[in-house]
Design a protein around this ligand. Structure first.
Ligand code: ZN
Ligand code: FE
Length: 256
Protein backbone atom coordinates (compact mmCIF):
# COMPACT_ATOMS: atom_id res chain seq x y z
CA UNK A 1 0.00 0.00 0.00
CA UNK A 2 1.48 3.31 -1.12
CA UNK A 3 0.14 6.73 -0.11
CA UNK A 4 0.69 9.82 -2.24
CA UNK A 5 0.81 13.44 -1.02
CA UNK A 6 1.61 16.72 -2.75
CA UNK A 7 4.52 18.77 -1.42
CA UNK A 8 4.01 22.33 -2.70
CA UNK A 9 7.17 24.08 -3.90
CA UNK A 10 7.97 27.48 -5.44
CA UNK A 11 4.77 29.26 -6.53
CA UNK A 12 2.88 26.44 -8.28
CA UNK A 13 4.95 23.22 -8.35
CA UNK A 14 3.88 19.93 -6.79
CA UNK A 15 6.61 17.53 -5.69
CA UNK A 16 4.79 14.18 -5.30
CA UNK A 17 5.71 12.22 -2.18
CA UNK A 18 4.99 8.48 -2.15
CA UNK A 19 5.39 6.38 0.98
CA UNK A 20 4.64 2.85 2.12
CA UNK A 21 3.59 1.76 5.63
CA UNK A 22 7.15 0.79 6.56
CA UNK A 23 8.37 4.39 6.51
CA UNK A 24 10.02 4.31 3.10
CA UNK A 25 9.45 7.23 0.74
CA UNK A 26 10.04 8.39 -2.83
CA UNK A 27 9.64 11.84 -4.39
CA UNK A 28 8.98 12.90 -7.96
CA UNK A 29 10.76 15.97 -9.41
CA UNK A 30 12.17 17.58 -6.25
CA UNK A 31 12.91 21.07 -7.55
CA UNK A 32 13.59 22.21 -3.97
CA UNK A 33 14.97 19.96 -1.21
CA UNK A 34 13.77 22.01 1.76
CA UNK A 35 10.00 21.35 1.65
CA UNK A 36 10.76 17.67 0.94
CA UNK A 37 13.02 17.37 4.00
CA UNK A 38 10.43 19.13 6.17
CA UNK A 39 7.74 16.69 5.00
CA UNK A 40 9.97 13.59 5.41
CA UNK A 41 10.83 14.63 8.96
CA UNK A 42 7.23 15.45 9.88
CA UNK A 43 6.09 12.03 8.66
CA UNK A 44 9.22 10.22 9.95
CA UNK A 45 10.06 8.80 6.52
CA UNK A 46 13.31 7.59 4.97
CA UNK A 47 13.84 8.70 1.35
CA UNK A 48 14.84 5.62 -0.69
CA UNK A 49 14.07 6.73 -4.27
CA UNK A 50 13.78 9.82 -6.45
CA UNK A 51 12.04 9.95 -9.82
CA UNK A 52 13.01 12.66 -12.34
CA UNK A 53 10.95 13.42 -15.47
CA UNK A 54 13.09 16.08 -17.21
CA UNK A 55 15.98 18.47 -16.76
CA UNK A 56 14.27 21.75 -15.84
CA UNK A 57 15.53 23.38 -12.65
CA UNK A 58 12.13 23.39 -10.93
CA UNK A 59 12.22 19.56 -11.21
CA UNK A 60 15.86 18.74 -10.36
CA UNK A 61 17.04 21.68 -8.19
CA UNK A 62 16.83 19.73 -4.91
CA UNK A 63 18.56 16.60 -6.17
CA UNK A 64 22.10 17.26 -4.92
CA UNK A 65 21.00 18.14 -1.39
CA UNK A 66 18.64 15.14 -1.11
CA UNK A 67 21.36 12.77 -2.38
CA UNK A 68 23.73 14.09 0.25
CA UNK A 69 21.19 13.74 3.07
CA UNK A 70 19.57 10.39 2.22
CA UNK A 71 21.56 8.50 -0.50
CA UNK A 72 18.42 7.60 -2.46
CA UNK A 73 18.40 5.70 -5.76
CA UNK A 74 17.68 8.25 -8.50
CA UNK A 75 15.71 7.20 -11.59
CA UNK A 76 15.64 9.58 -14.56
CA UNK A 77 16.28 10.31 -18.24
CA UNK A 78 19.44 9.49 -20.22
CA UNK A 79 20.24 13.22 -20.54
CA UNK A 80 23.88 13.49 -19.31
CA UNK A 81 23.16 17.12 -18.43
CA UNK A 82 21.34 15.92 -15.30
CA UNK A 83 23.92 15.00 -12.66
CA UNK A 84 23.27 12.38 -10.01
CA UNK A 85 21.04 9.86 -11.82
CA UNK A 86 21.81 6.23 -10.87
CA UNK A 87 19.22 4.50 -13.05
CA UNK A 88 19.03 6.05 -16.52
CA UNK A 89 15.81 5.11 -18.30
CA UNK A 90 14.31 5.29 -21.77
CA UNK A 91 11.12 4.27 -23.54
CA UNK A 92 9.88 0.81 -22.52
CA UNK A 93 12.26 0.45 -19.56
CA UNK A 94 10.93 -0.56 -16.16
CA UNK A 95 11.79 0.81 -12.72
CA UNK A 96 10.98 -0.54 -9.26
CA UNK A 97 10.06 2.11 -6.68
CA UNK A 98 8.69 1.21 -3.21
CA UNK A 99 7.75 -2.23 -4.53
CA UNK A 100 5.76 -0.75 -7.44
CA UNK A 101 6.75 -1.47 -11.01
CA UNK A 102 6.73 1.59 -13.28
CA UNK A 103 6.83 1.52 -17.05
CA UNK A 104 8.83 4.36 -18.56
CA UNK A 105 7.46 6.23 -21.58
CA UNK A 106 9.42 8.68 -23.70
CA UNK A 107 7.23 11.79 -24.02
CA UNK A 108 9.39 14.42 -25.75
CA UNK A 109 8.02 17.85 -26.68
CA UNK A 110 8.21 20.10 -23.60
CA UNK A 111 11.87 18.99 -23.48
CA UNK A 112 13.61 16.35 -25.57
CA UNK A 113 14.61 14.29 -22.52
CA UNK A 114 11.12 14.16 -20.96
CA UNK A 115 9.95 10.75 -19.69
CA UNK A 116 6.79 9.69 -17.82
CA UNK A 117 6.30 6.90 -15.27
CA UNK A 118 3.22 4.65 -15.39
CA UNK A 119 2.21 2.04 -12.81
CA UNK A 120 -0.53 -0.33 -13.96
CA UNK A 121 -2.15 -0.78 -10.54
CA UNK A 122 -5.54 -0.25 -8.93
CA UNK A 123 -5.85 2.61 -9.61
CA UNK A 124 -3.22 3.04 -12.34
CA UNK A 125 -0.81 5.93 -11.64
CA UNK A 126 0.92 8.32 -14.04
CA UNK A 127 3.67 10.79 -13.14
CA UNK A 128 4.00 12.96 -16.22
CA UNK A 129 5.95 16.07 -15.11
CA UNK A 130 5.28 18.96 -17.49
CA UNK A 131 3.94 16.97 -20.47
CA UNK A 132 0.24 16.51 -19.67
CA UNK A 133 -1.27 19.03 -17.23
CA UNK A 134 -4.74 19.03 -15.72
CA UNK A 135 -6.66 20.71 -18.54
CA UNK A 136 -3.54 21.53 -20.54
CA UNK A 137 -0.04 20.54 -21.66
CA UNK A 138 3.51 21.84 -21.33
CA UNK A 139 4.98 24.51 -23.56
CA UNK A 140 7.11 23.28 -26.45
CA UNK A 141 10.55 24.49 -25.33
CA UNK A 142 12.54 21.85 -27.24
CA UNK A 143 10.17 19.78 -29.39
CA UNK A 144 7.72 20.55 -32.17
CA UNK A 145 3.94 20.09 -32.36
CA UNK A 146 3.94 16.67 -34.12
CA UNK A 147 6.38 15.32 -31.50
CA UNK A 148 4.30 16.61 -28.57
CA UNK A 149 1.08 15.34 -30.15
CA UNK A 150 2.60 11.82 -30.38
CA UNK A 151 3.65 12.02 -26.73
CA UNK A 152 0.18 13.13 -25.62
CA UNK A 153 -1.41 10.40 -27.78
CA UNK A 154 0.67 7.85 -25.84
CA UNK A 155 -0.63 9.18 -22.52
CA UNK A 156 -4.21 9.50 -23.83
CA UNK A 157 -4.18 5.76 -24.61
CA UNK A 158 -3.61 4.81 -20.95
CA UNK A 159 -6.55 3.29 -19.03
CA UNK A 160 -9.38 5.78 -18.37
CA UNK A 161 -9.12 5.59 -14.53
CA UNK A 162 -5.36 6.35 -14.58
CA UNK A 163 -4.63 9.07 -12.01
CA UNK A 164 -2.66 11.88 -13.64
CA UNK A 165 -0.07 13.42 -11.30
CA UNK A 166 1.39 16.44 -13.09
CA UNK A 167 3.94 18.84 -11.64
CA UNK A 168 2.12 22.20 -11.57
CA UNK A 169 -1.12 23.74 -10.32
CA UNK A 170 -2.03 25.44 -13.62
CA UNK A 171 -5.52 24.02 -13.80
CA UNK A 172 -7.76 27.11 -13.54
CA UNK A 173 -5.77 29.02 -16.18
CA UNK A 174 -5.71 25.95 -18.42
CA UNK A 175 -9.47 25.49 -18.11
CA UNK A 176 -10.15 29.15 -18.82
CA UNK A 177 -8.28 28.69 -22.09
CA UNK A 178 -10.07 25.38 -22.78
CA UNK A 179 -13.39 27.23 -22.47
CA UNK A 180 -12.29 29.68 -25.17
CA UNK A 181 -11.40 26.78 -27.46
CA UNK A 182 -14.60 24.80 -26.84
CA UNK A 183 -17.31 27.03 -25.30
CA UNK A 184 -19.99 24.40 -25.96
CA UNK A 185 -18.36 21.56 -24.02
CA UNK A 186 -20.70 20.70 -21.10
CA UNK A 187 -18.19 18.39 -19.35
CA UNK A 188 -15.71 21.25 -19.43
CA UNK A 189 -18.22 23.69 -17.93
CA UNK A 190 -18.74 21.26 -15.03
CA UNK A 191 -14.99 20.80 -14.59
CA UNK A 192 -14.43 24.57 -14.35
CA UNK A 193 -17.02 24.71 -11.56
CA UNK A 194 -15.45 21.75 -9.72
CA UNK A 195 -11.92 23.16 -10.04
CA UNK A 196 -13.02 26.59 -8.79
CA UNK A 197 -14.64 24.94 -5.76
CA UNK A 198 -11.49 22.88 -5.10
CA UNK A 199 -9.22 25.94 -5.29
CA UNK A 200 -11.60 27.96 -3.11
CA UNK A 201 -10.94 25.33 -0.41
CA UNK A 202 -7.17 25.78 -1.12
CA UNK A 203 -6.91 22.13 -2.19
CA UNK A 204 -4.95 20.77 -5.19
CA UNK A 205 -6.87 20.05 -8.40
CA UNK A 206 -4.27 17.34 -9.12
CA UNK A 207 -4.45 14.39 -9.65
CA UNK A 208 -7.06 14.29 -12.36
CA UNK A 209 -7.64 11.17 -14.45
CA UNK A 210 -7.35 10.22 -18.11
CA UNK A 211 -11.15 10.00 -18.60
CA UNK A 212 -11.60 13.61 -17.44
CA UNK A 213 -8.69 14.81 -19.57
CA UNK A 214 -10.12 13.10 -22.67
CA UNK A 215 -13.44 14.83 -22.09
CA UNK A 216 -12.13 18.33 -21.34
CA UNK A 217 -8.44 18.88 -22.21
CA UNK A 218 -8.22 20.53 -25.65
CA UNK A 219 -4.75 19.12 -26.26
CA UNK A 220 -6.14 15.56 -26.06
CA UNK A 221 -9.10 16.44 -28.28
CA UNK A 222 -7.41 17.35 -31.57
CA UNK A 223 -9.35 14.60 -33.35
CA UNK A 224 -12.72 15.46 -31.80
CA UNK A 225 -15.19 16.91 -34.35
CA UNK A 226 -16.66 19.18 -31.64
CA UNK A 227 -13.27 20.84 -31.05
CA UNK A 228 -12.36 21.02 -34.73
CA UNK A 229 -15.76 22.57 -35.57
CA UNK A 230 -15.39 25.10 -32.76
CA UNK A 231 -11.98 26.23 -34.09
CA UNK A 232 -13.38 26.45 -37.62
CA UNK A 233 -16.37 28.54 -36.48
CA UNK A 234 -13.92 30.93 -34.80
CA UNK A 235 -11.97 31.21 -38.06
CA UNK A 236 -8.80 29.78 -36.53
CA UNK A 237 -8.39 26.67 -38.67
CA UNK A 238 -7.75 26.03 -42.34
CA UNK A 239 -6.51 22.44 -42.22
CA UNK A 240 -8.04 19.88 -39.83
CA UNK A 241 -5.15 17.38 -39.64
CA UNK A 242 -4.53 16.52 -35.96
CA UNK A 243 -1.00 18.00 -36.19
CA UNK A 244 -2.38 21.28 -37.55
CA UNK A 245 -5.15 21.36 -34.93
CA UNK A 246 -2.66 20.73 -32.14
CA UNK A 247 -0.24 23.38 -33.43
CA UNK A 248 -3.12 25.87 -33.70
CA UNK A 249 -4.35 25.24 -30.15
CA UNK A 250 -0.81 25.27 -28.67
CA UNK A 251 0.07 28.47 -30.54
CA UNK A 252 -3.12 30.17 -29.34
CA UNK A 253 -2.45 29.12 -25.72
CA UNK A 254 1.08 30.59 -25.89
CA UNK A 255 -0.41 34.07 -26.40
CA UNK A 256 -3.67 33.63 -24.46
ZN1 ZN B 1 9.51 21.83 -17.28
FE1 FE C 1 8.01 22.62 -14.45
Amino acid sequence: MVNIHPVPAFSDNYIWLLHDDQGRAAVVDPGDANPVITELEARELQLTDIIITHHHFDHVGGLAQLRESYSPRVHGPHNPGIEGIDNRLGDGDRAQVLGLEFEVMAVPGHTLDHIAFFHDGDPPLLFCGDTLFAGGCGRLFEGDPPMMLRSLDTLAALPAPTRVYCAHEYTLANLEFARAVEPGNAALRQRVQDAQDTRARAEPTVPSDIALELATNPFLRCREPALVDSLREQGRLDDASPERVFATVRGWKDSF
